[in-house]
Design a protein around this ligand. Structure first.
Ligand code: AMP
Length: 541
């Protein structure tokens, strides 16, 4: 016997149409220089329809890739909907990647049109001779700046003026490609990930579940995570589906800009990588902002240190929602949310749980496999590589022969080394390539980093493996003191702080002070750079 349900295709179009019908009055705000640009959902949807007409006129057809090279702003949101709803494929390009990788990505995806923020024109102009498949450039502004070398080039607003305001959306299949992103931080060329309409639809529901982030129409959401990093973690689709007010920071990502925006627009929920929140925490120590409108800060992309979660909550009453995911997973995987019966635990235990990466959300299955190939027990101790499966997780990379290595019996291999505790909370011990292999033991660089960053005089810390004649590898801690302690913080203070927390063999062999931890294109610690810098570092005997 079979279920007797409609064959209803899970595509993005009905999400947009819902917003058009139900939420025409809701607002979208973009920070543009000192001013804020504001318009309604009704205006947004009208422009989305015009844009689809304009793209059709430029020759964009179903399945064609349409790229963006842009910050988080309302025009970018319009492209986010016009492109997939017309059956083409949205491809936001990470604008912080080196030029050769951007060219690789645009050629590999065979982007036909590239939308570019006017401030980012010089980067694209330089690359244009290498972009083989691009047929049109669109500058996201009123006019095309004088003297641009791009050709053929159009102004976004001219394109919109030249067409009608309504568009008949085609009926699409839920398995059609809607969007694509490339991974960041890998060695070698980035790998392409293609998201289906179905994955984005289901993932949008996933973000709205009370036990994940409970994203709601009542929120005022500010995505700080760039729209080129896993589609701003899928949040633009979920927010429009729900009719949530949106606040886009544009290119203004300094802690002070963000705090001002949260305060002025009464943002209730926001999302971004930990380095960003560390910056805000540091700002709050010296300047006063009223951030009491915030009900949550979604932190992911790298581990949220426990000290940061605690400081936000205890000093400022702000709730960090720690989550883990990947480009390959749309990205939602786990959220660290206390179970009802964990709410009565002592405070210290609760913070320790929240610093873990959390339990898998409905829709995501997890297991971890140890070196022997066996599944690890959920005892919070055994280490294994995390594997996942679910409806918004990829089944292969896009046209990439490296694909085969990443899958095992229908599971996606994450490359993250984890423990899983009896309550099902995963804790990322390390990326497989960051873990320090000392003798027969594995040392978690992330544990050390988190402990060092809990020191009140430390701003950032990254721990890397350095070659050792006897132990193969030993940990070296690279530490950035807070500006006020730049000249006074000593190695001994840090070692003393770690001594009570780690057995001797897990302690760093040495500590070096650096000005800043290098960051990847999406703002995570880039330990590759440090490993090269300290390749020949001589550890003390
Ligand atoms: P990306 O595809 O750029 O989002 O990177 C995904 C990787 O970031 C994961 O495989 C993890 O190694 C890391 N990551 C994401 N979220 C977290 C987190 N909450 N804690 C630790 N690592 C994380």
């Amino acid at each position: 016997m079979q279920g007797q349900m409609m064959d209803y295709q899970l595509t993005i179009t009905p999400l947009l149409e819902r917003a058009q019908r139900l939420f025409p009055k809701k607002e979208i705000v973009t920070k543009a220089g000192p001013s804020l640009e504001r318009y309604t959902y009704a205006q947004m949807v009208e422009r989305v329809e015009r844009l689809a007409n304009a793209l059709e006129k430029l020759g964009v057809r179903r399945g064609d890739r349409v790229a963006t090279f842009a910050w988080n702003n309302s025009r970018h949101l319009e492209i986010y909907f016009a492109v997939p709803c017309m059956g083409a494929v949205l491809h936001p390009i990470n604008l912080r990647l080196p030029g050769d990788q951007i060219a690789y990505i645009a050629n590999h995806a065979e982007d036909k049109v590239i939308f570019v923020d006017p401030t980012l024109l010089p980067a694209i102009e330089k690359l244009a001779p290498h972009l083989k498949k691009v047929e049109h450039y669109v500058v996201m502004s009123d006019t095309v700046p004088d003297g641009t070398t791009l050709s053929p080039v159009h102004a976004y607003e001219d394109l919109l003026k030249g067409v009608n305001a309504d568009h008949a959306w085609p009926s699409l299949s839920e398995n059609d490609a809607a969007a694509m992103c490339y991974t960041s931080g890998t060695t070698g060329n980035p790998k392409g990930v293609v998201y289906s309409h179905r994955a984005i639809y289901l993932h949008s529901l996933g973000l709205s579940m009370t036990d994940s982030f409970g994203l709601s129409e009542r929120d005022i959401f500010m995505p700080v995570v760039p729209m080129f990093h896993v589609l701003a973690w899928g949040t633009p689709f979920a927010t429009v589906m729900l009719g949530t007010n949106l606040v886009f920071p544009g290119p203004h990502l300094q802690a002070r800009d963000l705090a001002e925006l949260i305060q002025a627009e009464k943002v209730t929920l926001t999302a971004g990588v930990p380095t960003l929140w560390m910056g805000i925490l540091n700002l709050l120590e010296n300047e006063r902002y009223d951030l009491s409108s915030l009900r949550g800060m979604i932190v992911g992309g790298a581990a949220a240190p426990q000290s940061m979660i605690e400081a936000f909550e205890k000093k400022y009453g702000l709730n960090v929602m720690h989550a883990w995911g990947m480009t390959e997973m749309s990205p939602l995987g786990t959220v660290s949310r206390l179970k009802s019966y964990q709410m009565d635990l002592p405070e210290a235990e609760k913070f320790a749980i929240r610093a873990k990466q959390g339990t898998s959300v409905p829709g995501v299955e997890i297991r971890a496999i140890e070196e022997s190939g066996r599944e690890i027990p959920w005892d919070g101790k055994a280490f294994g590589e995390l594997q996942v499966r679910g409806p918004w997780i990829i089944s292969s990379y896009y046209n990439d022969e490296r694909s085969a290595d990443s899958f095992q019996d229908g599971w996606f291999r994450t490359g993250d080394v984890v423990t899983i505790d009896p309550e099902g909370f995963i804790q990322i011990v390390d990326r497989a390539k960051d873990v320090i292999k000392s003798g027969g033991e594995w040392i978690s660089s992330q544990d050390l980093e988190n402990a060092i960053m809990a020191h009140p005089k430390v701003l950032e810390a990254a721990v890397i493996a350095v070659a050792h004649p006897k132990w193969q590898e030993r940990p070296l801690a690279c530490v950035v003191p807070k500006p006020d302690f730049k000249d006074s913080l000593t190695k001994d203070e840090i070692l003393e702080h770690l001594k009570s927390r780690f057995a001797k063999m897990y302690m760093p062999d040495d500590i070096v002070f650096i000005d800043a931890v290098p960051k990847t294109s999406v703002g995570k610690f880039d330990k590759k750079v440090l490993r090269v810098q300290f390749k020949d570092f001589k550890l003390p005997d």
